[in-house]
Design a protein around this ligand. Structure first.
Ligand SMILES: Nc1nc2c(ncn2[C@@H]2O[C@H](COP(=O)(O)OP(=O)(O)OP(=O)(O)O)[C@@H](O)[C@H]2O)c(=O)[nH]1
Length: 172
């Protein structure tokens, strides 16, 4: 069976749940006390898709501002970028917009962008309306999905959507 490799990086503010999304996808596990990422971490997961196997090579970057300058090392080689915000933190949506701008200016030309509004299990304290985020995603032709790493909602779907867009492989 043919294996297609897909390099994906996760970007977004600290604490939005990037590592939790990856942990849910790769290990189907959620940790309430997960530590902030230092630098970046790398994980892989292979999933069957039709007649192929899709191997996701995932770079989970650190959201803390002091690590910002490392991000180009990860997004430059990626076929897709998942930019995550926290639906309960308006600030994290502003940070997402800055990531979109940075990717447009410095990222690979054909990079597939997916926007993930995480923590949708916390809808009662929501600060970012889904409609606003969806419209923003449409305006930049990005994939949009709300996820809950905690409740395992839409995490697999997020990666499925990325593989369906047929992103070109990133540079080595
Ligand atoms: N309620 C809820 N909490 C979540 C969810 N995803 C992550 N969290 C919590 O949010 C906090 C931060 O999660 P992380 O996965 O470390 O966030 P991160 O974006 O990787 O943070 P950095 O590594 O600093 O960039 C942790 O306490 C998680 O348990 C979710 O879907 N729902």
């Amino acid at each position: 069976m043919a294996i297609r490799e897909l390099k994906v990086c996760l970007l977004g503010d600290t604490g939005v749940g990037k590592s939790s999304i990856v942990c849910r996808f790769v290990q189907d596990h959620f940790d309430h006390n997960i530590s902030p990422t230092i630098g970046a971490s790398f994980l892989t997961k292979t999933v069957p898709s039709g007649n192929e196997l899709h191997k996701f090579l995932i770079w989970d970057t650190a959201g803390q501002e002091r690590f910002h300058s490392l991000a180009p090392m990860y997004y430059r080689g990626s076929a897709a970028a998942v930019i995550v915000y926290d639906i309960t933190k308006l600030d994290s949506f502003q940070t997402l917009k800055r990531w979109v701008k940075e990717l447009k200016e410095h990222g690979p030309e054909d990079i597939v962008v997916a926007i993930a509004g995480n923590k949708n299990d916390l809808g009662d304290i929501r600060e970012v309306p889904m409609k606003e985020a969806k419209e923003f995603a449409e305006s930049i032709a990005a994939i949009f999905i709300e996820t809950s790493a905690r409740n395992a909602v839409n995490v697999e779907e997020l990666f499925q959507k990325i593989s369906k867009t047929d992103p070109t492989p990133g540079e080595p």
